[in-house]
Write a protein that binds this ligand. Structure first.
Ligand code: HEC
Length: 153
């Protein structure tokens, strides 16, 4: 009986870890998930798959895994240039969300990284986001230009 208990321990532990893994993605970044659902899901969908030919999917995107800065850049300043993903070209504009703080941008990006890009750890934190946002100067410029045009109308 004692031997049996010794074997059960690791099995119970593994099952709990597997369950925690499958249910844990959203719970690790609850604010990121909530903001994603409220601000992003109506275009990119709750499961991140987007809408064919209109809103790009964020699921399993190797280009985003390789260039993690593109997610915070898209959130803060939007996406105005056309985008090629696989065989699809996306040319609609995505407006930025300049009102979201660095911490909120970090949480949404981590939620996307874990849930859709299947990373094991969230690569973002506030400091990393501030550094990454320096890489999207051209988007920042486009954003400023559009904003000043709108204001002068
Ligand atoms: C009104 C619809 C809409 C909303 C809301 C929206 N997006 Fe987008 N998103 C788009 C479109 C359209 C594109 C492609 C833009 C293009 O090709 O110019 C895009 C592109 C992207 C990209 C790809 C950028 C790249 O460089 O490849 C990311 C990442 C992204 N969105 C994340 C988000 C996140 C996170 C949110 C919520 C904070 C969000 N989007 C909200 C429509 C939307």
């Amino acid at each position: 009986m004692k031997g049996m208990n010794n074997q059960l321990g690791p099995i119970v532990l593994s099952i709990s870890l597997i369950l925690a893994f499958f249910t844990g993605c959203g719970e690790r970044y609850p604010q990121g998930k909530a903001l994603y659902e409220a601000q992003c899901a109506w275009c990119h969908m709750s499961d991140g798959t987007g809408l064919e030919g209109i809103y790009p999917s964020l699921v399993d995107r190797e280009d985003l895994r390789q260039q993690l800065w593109r997610i915070p850049c898209a959130i803060r300043y939007g996406v105005y240039d056309s985008l090629r993903v696989g065989d699809d070209t996306f040319s609609l504009v995505m407006m930025g969300f300049p009102e979201l703080t660095d911490a909120e941008v970090s949480n949404i990006s981590n939620y996307i990284a874990l849930s859709f890009l299947k990373l094991q750890e969230g690569p973002y934190n506030e400091r990393a986001v501030v550094e990454m946002l320096k890489r999207c100067r051209s988007r920042e410029d486009t954003f400023r230009l559009l904003k000043s045009k709108l204001q002068s109308q």
